[in-house]
Ligand binder design. Structure first.
Ligand code: G3P
Length: 455
């Protein structure tokens, strides 16, 4: 008798669905089945691999409304965020197929021997373990599945518990569309129960994981010498210089900090503003936050619930700590169940927990600094290094500040974000390992294979 997990909605606690609570034995069985099928799939012509990959996009588009509705109910996304996730993901599949068709082996010549040349091609890795997070349960799974399949791998997909209903319903649609079941296994269940079996199986050829820094570092410590892609936490700073366009900065900071109720690794998590313009910037940010209105049902409000009670408790703790350290609550500051009022904190000290930790909620601290040098020093004073943004009308000055920030990507006068999806996306320090983005993901899901000819 398979045990099950009941998944409820963060919106109102209603039951979204039930999924199997798989066991370590199920994991081992899945790996064996996938590895066997992958050995044959590895030698399939590219056209066959891409035909299989394209079924991901077909299934997304044919089930667009059903999947979007599930993303609203299971994750608490707004209908617009949910629909965008489905469409964006179908585009990523199409882009992956286009890139796979474009790729050609590189030829390197021996300068000392015109008859000898090396051809550098790519080979699949085997079975890819894809671990996807709750905040993009479809997008951040298929950004792994598509390149993995296009490169000739099979996939064991472990969705986050919150997100496992939409994952299993998507997989059912995929199989119904004729996708070869032997190339994809969806393993739902408790990460703590399954983690060891998932990452240490000898048939695991690669781990691609998006999730918390803590889990990513645990995985890195447990896998053998196999390829890893880790997209982990972020604590993205926005630096606003004295000559910045404050209206532009306020718009992008608020959009970046509060989209998806702040539950994005690339959310703006901290604002460093030069004191001379701080009062004006805080007023402008506050006016933008006010437009969001109260947190509520995401079908009627731009700011929905957090994913679970512990996330909401964390916001309450961070706000209380900031207050205790002298921060000023400009707006919000209250938590009702899983609903956190969009909160703006001013004059927050660097040592406040909301600055040191990744809040992953709609709470934005503003830290006032003397100048760009202090902003850079404090921005780099973190275990994370995902992204950052710098606002200044002087492009040269903005670039000079950006070059001093230790992060995988810096946005000048624009919002932190992972897309567009052909861009390289990576994290430094505790924010991850490896690169995402269509071409880069394809490369990460394969290994080089060279052939040298001598005549
Ligand atoms: O938190 C997931 C991370 O990939 C954010 O993606 O597209 O919202 O910047 P995005």
């Amino acid at each position: 008798m398979t045990r099950t997990l009941t998944i409820t909605s963060p919106i109102d606690g209603s039951v979204v669905g039930t999924v199997p609570r798989r066991t370590a034995r199920d994991v081992r069985t899945a790996y064996s089945r996938l590895a066997k099928a992958q050995r044959e799939f590895a030698s399939a012509p590219l056209a066959e691999r891409l035909r299989v990959t394209k079924l991901l996009a077909t299934t997304l588009l044919e089930n667009r409304k059903k999947l979007a509705d599930l993303l609203v109910r299971e994750i608490g996304k707004t209908p617009a965020e949910a629909d965008t996730e489905v469409i964006r993901t179908a585009d990523i599949v199409t882009g992956t197929i286009r890139e796979a068709k474009r790729q050609r082996p590189e030829v390197i010549k021996d300068a000392g021997n015109p008859k000898r040349r090396q051809e550098v091609g790519r080979m699949p890795l085997g079975v890819v373990l894809a671990i996807s997070p709750f905040n993009y349960p479809i997008n951040l799974a298929i950004t792994k599945l598509a390149p993995a399949l296009a490169a000739g791998n099979a996939v064991l997909w472990k969705p986050s518990t919150q997100g496992s209903v939409v994952a299993t319903r998507f997989a059912q649609g995929l199989y119904a569309a004729g996708f070869p079941r032997q190339l994809l296994a969806v393993i739902t269940g408790s990460g703590s129960e399954l983690g060891e079996a998932l990452v240490t199986d000898p048939q695991c050829g690669m781990v691609s994981m998006t999730g918390s820094t803590e889990t990513g570092q645990w995985i890195a410590g447990r896998t053998g010498a196999i390829p890893l892609f880790l997209e982990l936490g972020g604590n993205d700073p926005a630096i606003v210089l004295a000559d910045a366009d404050l209206d532009l900065a306020a718009k992008h900071i608020v959009g970046g900090a509060f989209k998806l109720a702040g539950q994005r690794c690339t959310a703006v998590k901290r604002v460093y503003v030069v004191r001379s313009v701080a009062d004006r910037l805080v007023r402008k940010i506050d006016a933008e936050v006010a437009k969001l209105g109260p947190a509520g049902d995401p079908r009627e409000h731009p700011i929905g619930p957090l994913v679970d009670d512990s996330a909401a408790r964390r916001q309450r703790r961070l706000i209380a700590d900031a207050r205790k350290r002298g921060a000023k609550v400009i707006r919000g500051g209250t938590v009702h169940g899983r609903y956190v009022e969009p909160t703006l904190l001013d004059k927050v000290p660097q040592r406040a927990a909301v600055v040191r930790e990744e809040q992953f909620g709609p709470v934005l601290p503003v830290i006032r600094v003397k100048d760009a040098d202090e902003a850079v020093r404090l921005a780099n004073d973190t275990e994370y290094g995902l992204q950052a943004s710098v606002f200044s009308r002087n492009a040269k000055r903005a670039r000079a500040v950006a070059d001093r920030i230790d992060a995988g990507g810096v946005h000048l006068n624009g919002p932190d974000q992972r897309g567009p999806d052909n861009f390289l996306f990576t994290g430094h320090k505790g924010s991850g390992l490896g690169a995402q983005g269509i071409r880069f993901a394809l490369e990460s899901m394969s290994k080089p294979k060279t052939t040298v000819t001598n005549r």
